[in-house]
Ligand binder design. Structure first.
Ligand code: DX5
Ligand code: ZN
Length: 223
């Protein structure tokens, strides 16, 4: 990808005001979001608990934008159907969440959702080389999953570049997303390395003007 390509922006509602979640989704839709990122945490795979399929379902009527559901849960298979039925467009699982990612990705596709795979900072790109043909989204964590507001791990940039090469070689249309510590300083680093989807929680929801915050993550036009 060239730097001229416009990255998609996927605000994470983890940083939203949970008492006004519906309005917070409306606000980022109005502000120009491309996808809505929903972080599901189980207090087991990650040391935090967020929300489950009921919240996905409750928010679904708010927008037609794709719901990008990031499952930080283990096991994952017993819950895939519930998230698909709740209206998830993309269902992302962690490669570290169990030995049978292949089966989980097959199941997600069979449920009519787009399968995605997520890599924690300690996981090398090659861990997903045998399932590249099964996914529509690859997500590189640039923090350890579990919490918003953490510092971007620049050590992950070479991994983004390697995955971009792997995607190019695959010849498949796969989105390469980055999640964690994305702000106006780190966003250009991630896109230069090859990411084409930027997920951001605090850099959008902690700002007074969501539209300006989203625009601040996009590359400035050349010239
Ligand atoms: C972290 C989540 C992220 C989180 C990002 O486990 O996967 O989506 O919301 O938050 P920020 O952008 O604040 O790092
Ligand atoms: Zn996430």
């Amino acid at each position: 990808m060239t730097t001229a390509t416009r990255p998609l922006i996927a605000p994470s509602i983890l940083a939203a005001d949970f008492a006004r979640l519906g309005e917070e989704v409306d606000a980022i839709v109005q502000a120009g979001a491309d996808w809505i990122h929903l972080d599901v945490m189980d207090g087991h795979f990650v040391p935090n608990i967020s929300f489950g399929p009921q919240i996905v379902k409750a928010l679904r009527p708010r927008t037609k934008l794709p719901f990008d559901v990031h499952l930080m849960i283990e096991p994952v298979d017993p819950y895939l159907e519930a998230f698909a039925k709740a209206g998830a467009d993309h269902i992302l699982i962690h490669i570290e969440a169990g030995p049978h990612a292949h089966r989980s990705l097959q199941q997600i596709r069979a449920l009519g959702a787009k399968p995605g795979i997520v890599l924690c900072p300690a996981t090398p790109p090659e861990a997903i080389s045998e399932i590249m043909d099964m996914v529509d989204v690859i997500l590189v964590m640039t923090v350890n999953p579990g919490f918003g507001g953490q510092k971007f791990l620049a050590s992950q940039l070479p991994k983004i570049s390697r995955l971009r090469d792997m995607i190019t070689k695959s010849g498949r249309d796969i989105r390469l997303a980055v999640d964690g510590g994305i702000d106006p300083t780190t966003a250009p680093q991630a896109t230069a390395a090859g990411a084409d989807v930027l997920i951001a929680g605090s850099a959008i929801y902690a700002q007074p003007d969501y539209k300006a915050a989203i625009e601040a993550l996009r590359p400035t036009p050349a010239g």
